[in-house]
Design a binder for this molecule. Structure first.
Ligand SMILES: NC(=O)c1ccc[n+]([C@@H]2O[C@H](COP(=O)([O-])OP(=O)(O)OC[C@H]3O[C@@H](n4cnc5c(N)ncnc54)[C@H](OP(=O)(O)O)[C@@H]3O)[C@@H](O)[C@H]2O)c1
Length: 334
């Protein structure tokens, strides 16, 4: 009999998550039935959306999340033993998956990982997975960047942000990135080719943006929301395009956030703002993965991962990521 370990949410977090909101438990798994397969987690993801969506979970649910796992037993021919999959089974070491239920409430799909060549399997959680497709489609389809334009990316050193920075460079744009430490700025400018870095914790974004983009901003890829985003919207050019990917600045808020209204600037500059969810492009999932894989192979796209060792450290990895301790994608190696 297989005994799974799992992280259970025992109470909705109020504000920043506490370890007492979670419990690490064991579960005896039943034998698999026809059409099912059993997987063992290899890498688990910790993502900001988990903080935003965990509040909706019924008490004592397994914490939500995606993982790369190995199929260790199968009664579903299309999912043979030995293959590696991505699935949103939650924070657990072993899971039984029904091959007829391959999509979750958020639209995350269970897939057999494509061949990444010599690249690590963990990339299926980041640059060659959901964050990678969010960057690829969310930036290209909504911002429609053109050569010579000026692009601002907030949350620029994270999984999605660092990827968008590089796509914008590939497209011939001038790119301004905003993140929370000078170490992140060094990586973005020295290794990823970012043109101008702004540390939102120590610098005045408005003043720095005026220096970096004196003629205004054409495209803004927004990972953070809040006051940072209003400041950027105020410095956009007429007909600027904004892709709204996330609003992490508010995910741990205990009260309604009060920010300066961007409406006057949206109207007078005739801006286009569009939010998106990655699953809009689920029908093009492998197109995004293969485009990003090709860029990595051509050395046009680089990646960093912040790897935490040990399933028992899921909570630490999660809260470290929420506090910005990650460079690139935050993952946990079982
Ligand atoms: N719409 C979609 O389909 C979709 C898909 C994937 C992700 N997202 C969203 O995209 C954003 C980035 O996700 P990710 O997976 O790439 O995460 P990530 O950027 O790798 O990690 C989160 C980062 O957020 C930053 N952060 C934390 N608190 C902040 C605050 N108050 N203000 C500004 N920045 C803050 C931290 O970096 P600093 O050191 O810079 O603070 C941290 O490293 C999130 O908002 C997420 O919800 C949306």
């Amino acid at each position: 009999m297989v005994i799974a370990k799992k992280w259970v949410v025992v109470q909705a977090s109020k504000g920043f998550p506490k370890i007492s909101d979670f419990k690490l438990e064991e579960e005896k798994l039943r034998p698999i039935e026809d059409g099912e397969f059993l997987v063992e987690a290899v890498y688990l993801s910790v993502d900001p959306y988990m903080r935003a969506y965990m509040s909706r979970l019924p008490k004592n649910s397994t914490m939500i999340g995606g993982q790369i796992a190995k199929i260790i037993e199968s009664k579903a021919p299309e999912f043979p033993t030995g293959k590696y999959i991505y699935s949103s089974t939650g924070w657990r070491t072993h899971s039984i998956i029904n091959s007829k239920q391959l999509s979750d409430d958020m639209g995350l799909l269970t897939i057999i990982l494509p061949d990444f060549g010599n690249l690590p399997l963990s990339l299926g959680l980041g640059i060659l997975g959901m964050p990678g497709n969010s960057a690829y489609f969310g930036f290209l389809e909504i911002c429609k960047p053109k050569q010579g334009e000026t692009v601002v990316v907030s949350g620029a050193a994270g999984a999605v942000g660092s990827h968008v920075v590089q796509i914008a460079k590939i497209k011939g744009c001038t790119v301004i990135g905003i993140a929370g430490s000078d170490e992140k700025g060094k990586w973005l400018t020295e290794e990823l080719g970012l043109d101008y870095f702004i540390n939102y914790k120590t610098q005045n974004i408005e003043e720095e943006l005026k220096k970096a983009a004196p003629n205004g901003v054409d495209c803004y890829f927004d990972n953070v929301g809040g006051e940072i985003s209003t400041t950027i919207l105020n410095q956009m050019k007429t007909f600027g395009r904004v892709s709204i990917c996330g609003s992490i600045s508010g995910y741990n808020a205990t009260e309604v956030q009060k920010i300066s209204s961007p409406y006057f600037t949206i109207v007078t500059k005739q801006l286009t703002l569009q939010g998106f969810i990655f699953s809009t492009w689920n029908h093009q999932w492998f197109e995004g993965i293969h485009a990003n894989l090709k860029w990595i192979q051509e050395e046009k796209l680089k990646y960093r991962e912040t790897v935490t060792e040990g399933f028992d450290n899921m909570f630490t990895a999660f809260t470290d990521m929420l506090q910005g301790k990650n460079l690139g994608k935050a993952v946990v190696k079982v």
